[in-house]
Design a protein around this ligand. Structure first.
Ligand SMILES: Nc1ncnc2c1ncn2[C@@H]1O[C@H](COP(=O)(O)OP(=O)(O)OP(=O)(O)O)[C@@H](O)[C@H]1O
Length: 340
């Protein structure tokens, strides 16, 4: 099923949400943005849990915005699992099937199939409170997909879990999506989740979608500073375009850059900059303030003039706090953004 959201509109006091978004059949699309940008509101409107002030929500071209939530063919998973505490795991999963009047034998076999899928067959008779957070979220996932929805919506489903579990469960969620050929809309504020899980990501700010694209294109070629800095580690050096060069506030001509003269920032990733011992034209004097060992690599923090910069280095880097060096920004990878 293709989900089409067109000019969907909602106002709360000063907050205004206005969104156009398409999730193609079989696609996994994540909406990412800071707290309060409207991600949950968007998802809840698509689910029918929140009224819209205007706009259209369509599945394969059929308008669903007038339908009650249970009639939309949409499954939803929430951050806090929202399981029924007084019902056993199997009954939680069977809930939506019962609502749809599936007979007992049908329910039983479907529940078994789903508990198998989320690897919880042996927990069928347990109550939610006796399960771990990750297990409860897998029950919630099984419950959401039990009635074979055409679209699956997930609202920060991993936020309440610890880091290790989040990595395992995000892989499981993606596997379930692939195996059942679902159309999935996933909301998160976690950039790593969005980058690793999604076919496409939509970056949202203050009720608007700023850029939509593949994880790689958003990470490598953001169209604006917000998208670039929100997804992954980055550097933003203030300065100006002047006669074909990006020039820092200290007057260093860093790299050639095209465009009209004016103020802005040079944006580059920590692996788009090299740390050298020797000065050279265009290199920025840099003082290391801290080196973080990150497992297979190191993150070198430091200052270039008034600016903080982070650089990826090998795990066995020779750089250490207090050392002075010179930064060479990769001319082909850095992007200039005008003041936003
Ligand atoms: N029922 C409501 N009544 C009034 N204002 C609301 C309501 N629901 C959401 N808002 C406001 O709408 C804006 C968007 O909220 P929303 O929960 O959609 O953001 P979010 O991006 O999901 O945030 P978070 O990541 O913190 O969950 C916020 O300013 C919020 O205060």
């Amino acid at each position: 099923m293709t989900l089409n959201v067109t000019d969907l509109f909602r106002t709360y006091g000063d907050f205004q949400l206005r969104v156009d978004l398409t999730v193609a059949r079989g696609e996994f699309l994540s909406v990412i943005g800071p707290s309060g940008c409207g991600k949950s509101t968007l998802l809840r409107m698509v689910a029918g849990l929140e009224p819209a002030d205007g706009g259209s929500i369509a599945l394969n071209g059929d308008e669903i915005s007038g339908l009650a939530p249970e009639k939309r063919g949409i499954g939803m998973v929430f951050q806090d699992y929202a399981l029924f505490p007084h019902m056993r795991v199997a009954d939680n999963v069977a809930y939506g099937l019962k609502l749809r009047h599936m007979d007992k034998a049908g329910r039983k076999s479907r529940v078994r199939e789903l508990l198998d899928l989320v690897r919880l067959t042996d927990k069928a008779d347990d109550f939610p409170a006796t399960l771990s957070g990750g297990e409860q979220q897998r029950v919630a996932l099984a419950r959401a997909i039990a009635p074979s929805p055409s679209v699956l919506l997930l609202d920060e489903p991993l936020s309440a879990l610890d880091a290790r579990l989040r990595i395992d469960l995000r892989r499981e969620i993606r596997e379930v999506h692939d195996r059942l050929s679902l159309t999935t809309l996933y909301v998160t504020h976690d950039q790593e989740e969005a980058l690793t899980l999604s076919d496409r990501i939509a970056v949202m700010k203050q009720g608007r979608i700023l850029q939509t694209g593949s994880p790689r294109s958003l990470y490598e070629s953001p169209e604006n500073l917000f998208t670039g800095t929100f997804l992954g580690l980055s550097n933003a050096l203030e300065g100006r375009l002047q006669a074909g060069w990006f020039v820092t506030e200290e007057g260093i001509k860093v790299i050639p850059a095209e465009g009209e003269d004016g103020d802005g920032v040079l944006f580059f990733r920590p692996h788009h900059v090299m740390l050298h011992g020797e000065p050279a034209p265009g290199r920025l004097p840099f003082e290391v303030t801290r080196v973080e060992y990150c497992g297979g690599w190191s993150l070198v923090h430091g200052a270039a003039g008034a600016h903080r910069v982070v650089v990826f280095e090998p795990a066995e880097t020779r750089w250490a706090a207090g050392k002075k060096g010179h930064l060479a920004v990769g001319a082909d990878r850095a992007r200039f953004f005008r003041g936003e």
